[in-house]
Design a protein. Structure first.
Ligand code: PGA
Length: 247
């Protein structure tokens, strides 16, 4: 399967800006060999579905509540997202973990729910700066993976995004060695847990990916894609990242 480049818009853009973005993006992006996904705010789901129908681009929400419907004020239903045409979902982004106190156990419940509603999860893992400084990076990644993937069978697709928390939105990017080390450790875990299916699981890097560092990062060990925040908000910088990976 090809390299994946996923956009995480976070809490940016409304439906009008979403439409404008996709109009421009479809016009200027000419590379179908890179699998491109968009994680959009739930309020932009309908417009995204409309804009991306008849294209090969995938999309999904940035978070879900693990139930189809019910008395869960303010939450996003995976069932409705799936009905609208979403095929993917982000789970356990570090902003969910840090700002909304999402636990490892909740990431596991959400992954199960996503799979129940035919959404392919992209599970985000990553260490904080203090965890890196005290040398526990690989331990943290392992803990997050073990918990989130407990009793999870792979249905269609499932991917992992390694996002060091200290590199998100900071302009500070992990170096190739740090990325390779983390990705290789995640791959070892996957080889053990899913010996027959691990090859189809991509490990994305996220954290200040920009047009000027994308090519180098794409060459680090086991990098099978990117999760891009800030630089995915403008069609031209996002397309420049896609082009940089094409070489
Ligand atoms: P960034 O965000 O590219 O702005 O660092 C990445 C992410 O949070 O997924």
């Amino acid at each position: 399967m090809s390299f994946i480049i996923a956009a995480n818009w976070k809490m940016n853009k409304g439906p009008k800006e979403t439409r404008q973005f996709f109009d421009t993006f479809k016009e200027i992006n000419s590379d179908p060999s890179i699998k491109t996904l968009f994680f959009v705010p739930a309020v932009d789901a309908s417009e995204t579905a409309r804009s991306l129908s008849q294209t090969s681009y995938g999309w999904g929400p940035q978070n879900i509540f693990p139930a189809g419907s019910g008395a869960f004020t303010g939450e996003t239903s995976p069932q409705v997202m799936s009905e609208l045409g979403a095929r993917y979902v982000l789970v356990g982004h570090s902003e969910r973990r840090q700002l909304f106190f999402e636990t490892d156990e909740q990431t596991n419940v959400k992954i199960h729910s996503a799979l129940d509603f035919d959404l392919s999860p992209i599970l985000c893992v990553g260490e904080t700066l203090s965890e890196r400084k005290n040398g526990t990076t690989l331990e943290v990644l392992n803990r997050q993976l073990v918990a989130a993937l407990s009793n999870v069978q792979i249905k269609n697709e499932l991917h992992i995004a390694y996002e060091p928390v200290w590199a998100i939105g900071t302009g500070e990017v992990a170096n190739t060695e740090q990325v390779s080390e983390a990705h290789q450790s995640i791959r070892s875990f996957l080889k053990e847990k899913y010996p027959d299916q691990q090859q189809k699981i991509k490990i994305l890097y996220g954290g200040s990916v920009k047009p000027n560092n994308a090519e180098e990062l794409s060459k680090a060990q086991e990098v099978g894609g990117f999760l891009v925040g800030g630089a995915s908000l403008k069609p031209d910088s996002f397309v420049d990242i896609i082009k940089a990976v094409q070489g």
